[in-house]
Design a protein around this ligand. Structure first.
Ligand SMILES: Cc1cc2nc3c(=O)[nH]c(=O)nc-3n(C[C@H](O)[C@H](O)[C@H](O)COP(=O)(O)OP(=O)(O)OC[C@H]3O[C@@H](n4cnc5c(N)ncnc54)[C@H](O)[C@@H]3O)c2cc1C
Ligand SMILES: C[S@@+](CC[C@H](N)C(=O)[O-])C[C@H]1O[C@@H](n2cnc3c(N)ncnc32)[C@H](O)[C@@H]1O
Length: 676
């Protein structure tokens, strides 16, 4: 067995309650002076009061920090932001952290600062079990966003897509942590900086000063604090540095000057409601269009869905995407949707090993040192105890996951003063007229118009002329509703493997789910009720036995069928839309030589985005998908690593098609879309 990597900070507590890192043999801040020091070193030396007081309404400001530690600098900045920035402006704080503090340690450290208590409480309410990767937080009703890059910053910063206004260069004394203070860090800082970006740090050693200068910052010494006679601060000088080629097909569309912050979101399922919500939290007006009378009537209409984060120990893009978005979904649920018997329950999810291969995958994951409040391995006996029903296999336990009623979540997300929902409208066409997207129905009437539009219509997302190249496929699924039994009433956690069952909601379990590629209707089928009962048998023969009588009544069981929407690589499609014909024309050189580096900008459809193909895990991927779309639109830092933003980018299939002549994606999708 390999020794687990430690993902968490290892601390000792000095007299006065000051945290001390045993990994770096250094203090996080200087005793009682910690908050005053943070204000002087980072806020004052970056002239934040003055800069923020001058911000225009709706402006964005991005701070990037090396070393989140206890979050003290973050909270000090947030407090100042509240005091001086315009009410409509947005602060995005990005911080790299190799060893996050546990929630308990963070609480203990922040308890030292009573005047930050109200902000610390908001942070702590969302801070738990931080696994490696990008961890995204939306705070202060959306006015403050925090993205933590968990991992070594030499690995994470190259994947950051952001335009930084101010750098807080923290990270323990260079003598205690030479690994971090290296030229690649300073070069990357320069690449990510806006022209007038500032830098502030509590060190003033010559190596750091000259490295910052070499990277293109002009720095000066200012009065120090505590035992430091001087510290450094400065600005990015406009020295040119070598421009690195970036693939234009994944680049950010140039943000237009906006006089109107209004978006149309088409589709009122989890993807549409998450997108509308993410934009409204940023002060955007949203018109949410849905063809049914109510939100969440199609795939998002099941009474219970589960938060099923199926991870791979080898961390391919899909697994990394799931990991980050799963933790964001949990934060969003805790923030937005009070737990009730009807809405959602963080009752824990047991992922049971259905065979030897699965058990091996789970063992490898469990050995990777994830925080225990994220996941841990359990034997069959432990799993049975947690579930309070007998199961025959061990597996992984996700103690903070659970089940959700997706319609309740959709309604809650859309319940925002800036979101106006238009039911019973079906979009047939999209037209760009005078810098606005018009949504037009079958009769040719304009249903709504706004400068920005986001297509969130699941498998119907490819019905518009601008999106009909998207290789979407629909996969039918059915859940079976079972009345609670004496035996099943005791179930305490979600059980899942190929199928799933949750503790009862309104005296019913909702057993999931079938996968059918051969039909696209939503008539319930007895055969799929039976196959769902088979899936239950594999989870817990004891539970299955308590429902045994229903096997003979499969045709009469209550059930619900709907269509999932997936892409050929099972990753969602989230991001800006480009014109496929012009795309081929502009980048045709790649068909002959994929190593070419064309520089022509991609033929974007101005301000048109998509958020779809969430497969069988929309509860996990839609909320972060909404944040990602909002970040693309507003020009904020992307809430996930650049390679993952590209892995879910809607243009990826056009690119593969060009490079590999790969028509298989579209072909596969077509095969799946046509019923037998
Ligand atoms: C049987 C089954 C079980 C599932 N179990 C789980 C689970 O346990 N956990 C989990 O995370 N996920 C689960 N999923 C997947 C999850 O439900 C989906 O990933 C998620 O609902 C997708 O949300 P969406 O908004 O993209 O799609 P949808 O909910 O289908 O929403 C799309 C919306 O767009 C509207 N629309 C489409 N075209 C137009 C138009 N032209 N004009 C206006 N409106 C339009 C539709 O009416 C619909 O409301 C399950 C899915 C199924 C089918
Ligand atoms: C002095 S503490 C930061 C204090 C913090 N800014 C605060 O407000 O509490 C330095 C932090 O840098 C982190 N760190 C050190 N080396 C790192 C690296 N290579 N990548 C990311 N984080 C690192 C440490 O784990 C530690 O949390």
């Amino acid at each position: 067995m390999t020794e687990p990597t430690s993902y968490s900070a290892e601390l000792e507590w000095l007299a006065g309650g000051q945290p001390f890192s045993t990994q770096f043999a250094d203090v996080y801040f200087s005793g009682d002076a910690g908050l005053d020091d943070a204000r002087y070193i980072f806020l004052q030396n970056s002239q934040l009061s003055e800069r923020w007081a001058l911000l225009a309404p709706h402006a964005h400001f991005c701070i990037a920090e090396t070393g989140f530690g206890t979050g003290l600098n973050f909270l000090a900045a947030w407090q100042l932001w509240d005091q001086v920035a315009p009410a409509s402006a947005q602060l995005h704080f990005v911080s790299a952290e190799k060893y996050p503090l546990t929630a308990q340690d963070l609480h203990k450290a922040l308890n030292l600062w009573p005047e930050l208590a109200a902000l610390a409480e908001q942070l702590e309410a969302q801070y738990s079990g931080l696994a490696p990767g990008w961890q995204h937080f939306s705070l202060a009703n959306g006015r403050v966003t925090l993205t933590l890059l968990i991992g070594d910053l030499l690995d994470t910063l190259p994947q950051l897509d952001a335009k930084v206004d101010a750098w807080f260069l923290d990270g323990f004394a260079p003598a205690k942590n030479p690994h971090m203070w290296q030229p690649p860090l300073f070069r990357r800082m320069a690449e990510l900086s806006k022209d007038n970006a500032t830098v502030a740090t509590s060190t003033c050693i010559d190596d750091v000063r000259s490295s910052l200068q070499t990277a293109g910052f002009s720095v000066r010494k200012v009065d120090g604090v505590d035992d430091k006679p001087a510290i450094l601060c400065g600005e990015r000088s406009n020295q040119p540095f070598a421009v690195v080629w970036q693939a234009p097909w994944f680049a950010r569309p140039a943000p237009p000057a906006r006089s109107e912050r209004h978006a149309l979101v088409i589709g009122g399922g989890l993807a549409g409601c998450s997108t509308a919500h993410a934009l409204a939290r940023r002060g955007w007006q949203v018109t949410l269009l849905e063809r049914h009378a109510e939100l969440a009537q199609e795939a998002s209409g099941n009474p219970q869905g589960i938060l099923y984060a199926k991870l791979s120990p080898h961390h391919p893009p899909l697994s990394r995407f799931i990991q980050g978005s799963y933790q964001y979904s949990l934060r969003l649920l805790h923030r937005e949707l009070p737990q009730t018997e009807n809405s959602w329950q963080a009752c824990g999810v047991l992922q049971l090993a259905k065979n030897h291969k699965e058990a091996e995958r789970q063992t490898q994951l469990a050995e990777q040192g994830y925080p225990r409040d994220f996941l841990y391995a359990v034997s069959a006996q432990q799993a049975s105890k947690l579930a309070a029903v007998a199961v025959e296999n061990g597996g992984l336990f996700f103690p903070t996951a659970g089940w959700v009623n997706p319609p309740a979540l959709c309604r809650q997300l859309a319940h925002h003063a800036l979101i106006s929902t238009k039911p019973l409208v079906e979009a047939e066409r999209l037209e760009r007229v005078d810098g606005r997207w018009q949504v037009i129905n079958q009769q040719g009437e304009i249903l709504a118009s706004a400068p920005v539009a986001i297509i969130c219509c699941a498998h119907e997302s490819a019905r518009f002329a601008q999106s009909n190249h998207l290789p979407l496929k629909a996969i039918r699924g059915q859940i079976t509703h079972l009345p609670v039994t004496t035996e099943s009433r005791s179930l305490q956690t979600v059980l899942c493997a190929d199928g799933y069952i949750s503790p009862a909601r309104q005296a019913q379990h909702h057993l999931g789910a079938s996968f059918r590629f051969d039909r696209l209707d939503n008539q319930v089928s007895a055969e799929e009720n039976l196959s769902n009962l088979d899936l239950l048998e594999a989870l817990s023969p004891q539970l299955a036995n308590s429902f045994a009588d229903y096997r003979s009544q499969a045709a009469d069981l209550q059930a619900r069928a709907a269509l999932r929407c997936t892409a050929p690589d099972y990753l969602p499609l989230i991001g800006p839309m480009a014109d496929p014909a012009l795309f081929v024309e502009r980048y045709s050189v790649l068909a002959k030589d994929a190593s070419q580096q064309p520089i022509a900008a991609a033929p974007w459809h101005e301000d048109l985005y998509v958020n779809a193909a969430h497969g069988s895990r929309g509860l996990i991927s839609c909320p972060l998908g909404g944040e990602l779309v909002a970040a693309w639109i507003t020009g904020e830092p992307l809430p996930l690593p650049r390679d993952l933003a590209e892995a879910v980018h809607p243009s990826r299939f056009m690119l593969r098609h060009l490079i590999r002549g790969d028509r298989a994606d579209r072909q596969k999708a077509n095969n799946r879309l046509s019923p037998e």
